[in-house]
Design a protein around this ligand. Structure first.
Ligand code: KIV
Length: 272
């Protein structure tokens, strides 16, 4: 019996809420293309984030700032085509939602219409309240992102742990409460102390997803190229590598080059 796409129960924002309520952790990874999305979806991932980290891992930029709305839509549409079950969330890139709420809504609508994604993610709290409200009022689910928000890297000046001091921790809690009140369906906390993340996860009724935020949250997200060991030199403390694909791929390509050079590829069975 073959399984059709329509037989598979899709993950919804409502189901993520239920997972939090029954204490089931939410698994989330980034994906930027069709082939990777197919593999992650078939493995059973709950949420795929088309992160603006595509700017780093797919395009080689130092920061997430250069990626454009058109680039994000292109990446997202491939991911959506590769997915039968996972919820697909897309980052609205830097410069496409901060100036005013109408621009934010226009960007969110373009992502939803042109890629077929299921939700968007934005970085920040009170500063972007109007934009978050406007997007949600149009029926688009929004995921928040607090703590280390890479689109503000030039304000922070460093990628080190955020909200270690009382004042910044309090602002983060206030912003998380505000995002929930605005109607966000979930919030990502990046690189903050585990105790603070735990306090936020307990305080909010919506799911809190952590990256470098310790174990006491409702789910975890990692950049897929980091956890598969495709990237080599990025080694933050929070990252667990589940494979060394850099080694596997290097060995495969080295063998291919050697086979081509020695004329042992293709052989007769590989020829017409
Ligand atoms: O763009 C991204 O990959 C992200 C995750 C780190 C949460 O925002």
């Amino acid at each position: 019996m073959s399984i059709h796409k329509s037989d598979i129960k899709r993950i919804t924002t409502h189901q993520l809420q239920e997972m939090k309520s029954r204490g089931e952790k939410i698994s989330m990874l980034t994906a930027y293309d069709y082939s990777m999305a197919r593999i992650l979806d078939a493995a059973g991932i709950d949420v795929l984030l088309v992160g603006d980290s595509a700017s780093n891992v797919m395009a080689g930029h130092e920061t997430t700032l250069p990626i454009t709305l058109d680039h994000m839509i292109w990446h997202a549409s491939g991911v959506v085509r590769g997915v039968s079950r996972a919820l697909v969330v897309v980052d609205i890139p830097f410069g496409s939602y901060q100036s005013d709420s109408n621009e934010a809504l226009r960007s969110a609508i373009r992502i939803m219409k042109e890629s077929g994604a299921h939700a968007v993610k934005v970085e920040g709290g009170s500063e972007i309240k109007k934009s978050v409200e406007k997007i949600i009022s149009a029926g688009v689910p929004v995921m928040g992102h607090l703590g280390l928000t890479p689109q503000s890297i030039y304000k922070f000046g460093t990628y080190s742990v955020r909200a270690k001091e009382e004042e910044e921790a309090q602002k983060l809690i206030d912003d998380a409460v505000l995002l929930e009140a605005c109607g966000c369906f979930s919030v990502v906390l990046e690189k903050v102390p585990a105790k603070l993340a735990e306090a936020v996860a307990k305080r909010l009724s919506i799911p809190v997803i952590g990256i470098g935020a310790g174990p006491y949250v409702d789910g975890q997200v990692l950049v897929v190229h980091d956890m598969l060991g495709i990237t080599k030199d990025f080694k933050p403390r929070f990252l667990r590598r589940y494979a060394d694909l850099n080694k596997v791929m290097t060995e495969a390509v080295t063998s291919y080059i050697s086979d081509v050079k020695s004329s042992s590829f293709p052989d007769e069975k590989e020829s017409y």
